[in-house]
Design a protein around this ligand. Structure first.
Ligand code: 1HE
Length: 263
């Protein structure tokens, strides 16, 4: 196991094809300071080539309490505040549009910038204890980590407005029903599921993984005419790769697994 921890508050270990990133600041409920945000960017941007999936989780009772509020408690400086937000944008873009998929395990508080971080990942697993909130409304601030772009695309603008205006908190079940996460599991079961899903995602062909991370979300938001064209180009690029040929041949020769029914 290789230790790639970039800064205090982030523990990163790589084992074979999976990198596990742990938010490791439990005394402050994994609140994200600038060093941790920059560290997240650095880690996902410089993963060893053998890494093909990332699991992200939080130490202690909570996934992440969002922005370290101690960092906004200084003299007002508009330019610095804009650049602070842009720094979060860059880091979370690096996660969403990196080389490999990121699977988040969510428990306890998934709030503010913690929800924004989770929204930048590709697969979200909520344990029963997870609760989702956007306390920016109560703190007199606003989403600053790309959440106003990503979170409405997951759960819809009206629910985001409700959460921000009233302080409404979503349970794990409500978050799942709203689309904030794809999986809802019992407390303590998230990490094992994440590792299992990461192993599966790590086995995806390189070009398919690229298409799913980079092309799919852009196609989904594009004008349909551009989307169809981009899809055709992406599909032909993937399909003509030697790896695709080999995988299709394996299926036809009955060497590959069939599609399985849901459990
Ligand atoms: C913090 C933070 C933080 C905890 N920044 N220090 N986020 C929030 O508004 C969420 C604020 N936090 C909470 O509501 C609660 O802490 C929790 C529900 C997350 C957890 O409650 P609990 O009872 O387990 O912990 P606690 O006793 O409230 O906090 C333990 C310590 O962590 C305490 O410090 P201590 O020195 O007194 O021990 C807290 O002050 C500290 N702590 N959360 C700094 N967030 C890019 S824009 C993003 C904008 C946002 O994210 S706004 C939302 C900010």
């Amino acid at each position: 196991m290789t230790d790639l921890s970039p800064c205090p508050g982030l523990a990163v270990h790589v084992e074979d094809a999976i990198a596990v990133i742990r938010l490791a600041r439990p005394a402050k409920r994994n609140a994200l300071n600038e060093a941790m945000v920059a560290g997240l960017s650095k880690v996902v941007s410089s993963l060893p080539v053998a890494v093909r999936a990332v699991v992200l989780h939080g130490e202690g009772d909570h996934f992440c309490a969002g922005l370290d509020l101690g960092e906004v408690d200084g003299e007002p400086d508009l330019a610095a505040a804009i650049h602070h937000s842009l720094g979060w944008h860059r880091a979370f873009q690096d996660i969403q549009f990196g080389r490999v998929p990121v699977i988040a395990v969510l428990h306890g508080a998934v709030v503010g910038g913690g929800f924004e971080l989770a929204a930048a990942t590709h697969i979200r697993i909520a344990e029963q204890s997870a609760f989702f909130a956007l306390p920016e409304g109560q703190r007199g601030i606003f989403l600053g980590g790309g959440g106003s772009v990503r979170i409405p695309r997951l759960i819809g603008t009206p629910l985001v407005q409700d959460m921000m205006l009233t302080g409404r908190t979503l349970s794990a079940d409500e978050a799942k029903a709203a689309g904030a996460c794809q999986y809802r599991v019992a407390d303590g079961a998230g990490l094992a599921l994440a590792m299992d899903l990461a192993c599966k995602a790590a086995g995806i062909a390189d070009m398919t993984r690229f298409a799913v991370i980079h092309a799919l979300p852009r196609i989904a938001e594009a004008d349909p005419h551009i989307g169809y064209l981009t899809e055709a180009l992406m599909a032909s690029a993937a399909q003509t790769m030697p790896e695709a040929k080999a995988r299709v041949r394996d299926f036809l020769a009955k060497r590959a697994a069939k599609v399985s029914r849901p459990d």
